[in-house]
Write a protein that binds this ligand. Structure first.
Ligand SMILES: C[S@@+](CC[C@H](N)C(=O)[O-])C[C@H]1O[C@@H](n2cnc3c(N)ncnc32)[C@H](O)[C@@H]1O
Length: 396
């Protein structure tokens, strides 16, 4: 497997940690009460918090009261497609626009088994777009890592396209490629390149794209949304033509540091634990990167000539290296522009935190993100692989 690692959190470039490490939230006063009722299906959850989950045994996840009781850290902060008779494709009916609403934030409507934990409103869209800019910077301006030959890529898919920003850039670059972006939320713009369209499509249902019909499939940030990765990779393999490429980007849920500046009880360290616990309840894992799901799943599906690129993405303006600092500032901006949209569903609806507990946690996280003595980063991993040229041709 070809492989490379780039990274931000190189201690050589990181300023050394200060001894006055940020204050942690108060120790839990009482253990969180265990789950009393089985998890509610989020689609049935009411607008109020459904207290449905508690930490798994042995978990170091702090109870939500900890954030309300915690002292504020007042130190100086940095100012700074296929066929349309489709089982997975829905036509754009009114029901698709009937979003679920939690505390004023909207989420995709009920569609098959789809369950995405992030909001789908304007604020969430802005965060996705900033994140795309950050990633493009991290990739040196490139939109893909697989060794694509433009003239051979006649058909491309972007699964879970979000605002469609990657698909738009790709369609603008590969002007003769027909590109389709799919998602469960109809949040894509209408003014797009002529070689791009969008479909409302649940990627966890059998795909409707014809077997052997696609030359390149791009998937990015589906963590926490997929219960059966083997099935997803199997569908991608089936849709790809022999010699076609699948490329899958994921981020680890953990915000960590190499120098101990992200402390165990910090809001940053608790971020990953919160998602991991939430994913255990929803049955849709957030640990795709730490579990090596991409490599294992793609290999199992039959992909070959696999490559991997890893990147330690800094969060905040702490790196000394100017390029990494710029990436870190965009990563911080992407997160800060909508922390609530990322955590509300998992903390409030799935784990039963109150609205106040969520908001206080967010305030702590925001302070830490602006503190340049905390050298946080998260791991990104891109894995790509090719459907063998000699794969047996399919039938449908
Ligand atoms: C974190 S966003 C990433 C968006 C985009 N890939 C990007 O990188 O900018 C994840 C997207 O996946 C979509 N998604 C989640 N579950 C899905 C499913 N089962 N089928 C299709 N899209 C899904 C969500 O609606 C959301 O737009």
């Amino acid at each position: 497997m070809a492989g490379s690692t780039d990274g931000a959190a190189d201690p050589a470039t990181a300023p050394s940690p200060k001894s006055d490490a940020p204050k942690s939230p108060a120790e839990p006063k009482s253990p969180q009460s265990p789950l009393k009722s089985p998890p509610k299906s989020p689609s049935n959850a009411s607008e109020s918090a459904a207290h449905t989950a508690g930490p798994t045994p042995g978990s170091t996840l702090l109870p939500p009261e900890a954030w309300v009781d915690a002292e504020e850290d007042h130190r100086e902060v940095d100012s700074t497609l296929g066929d349309d008779a489709a089982s997975s494709t829905a036509s754009l009916t009114a029901s698709i626009l009937e979003y679920r609403n939690y505390h004023g934030r909207t989420y995709h409507s009920n569609q098959g088994n789809a369950q995405y934990w992030g909001s789908n409103d304007e604020r969430a869209a802005e965060s996705m777009d900033i994140n795309h800019h950050m990633l493009t910077l991290a990739m040196g301006g490139k939109l893909f890592k697989a060794p694509l030959e433009e003239e051979k890529v006649k058909r491309a898919l972007d699964i879970g396209t979000g605002t469609g920003i990657w698909a738009i850039d790709f369609a603008d670059t590969f002007t003769t490629t027909l590109v389709t972006g799919t998602d469960v939320s109809p949040i894509q713009p209408t003014w797009v390149p002529p070689n791009l369209d969008f479909e409302i499509d649940d990627a966890t249902q059998p795909w409707t794209f014809h077997r052997d019909s696609v030359d390149y499939i791009h998937m990015r940030y589906l963590l926490g949304s997929i219960a059966d990765w083997d099935a997803l990779y199997g569908e991608a393999y089936r849709a790809l033509a022999p010699g076609g490429w699948l490329e899958h980007y994921e981020a680890a849920p953990y915000l960590e540091s190499d120098d101990g500046s992200v402390t165990e009880t910090s809001a940053m360290a608790q971020w990953g634990k919160t998602f991991v616990e939430g994913g255990a309840v929803t049955g849709r894992s957030f640990t795709v990167v730490p579990d090596g799901t991409q490599e294992a799943g793609m290999k199992k599906a039959g992909f070959e000539e696999m490559g991997v690129w890893e990147f330690k993405c800094p969060i905040g303006g702490w790196p000394k290296d100017p390029k990494l600092r710029e990436i870190g500032l965009y990563a911080k901006l992407a997160l800060e522009s909508d922390i609530e949209g990322y955590v509300l569903f998992i903390t409030n609806v799935i784990s039963g935190w109150s609205r106040e507990q969520v908001l206080v946690y967010i305030a702590h996280l925001r302070r830490e993100l602006r503190n340049n003595s905390i050298h946080g980063y998260f791991k990104l991993r891109v894995v790509w692989g090719r459907k063998p040229e000699k794969a047996a041709p399919g039938g449908d």
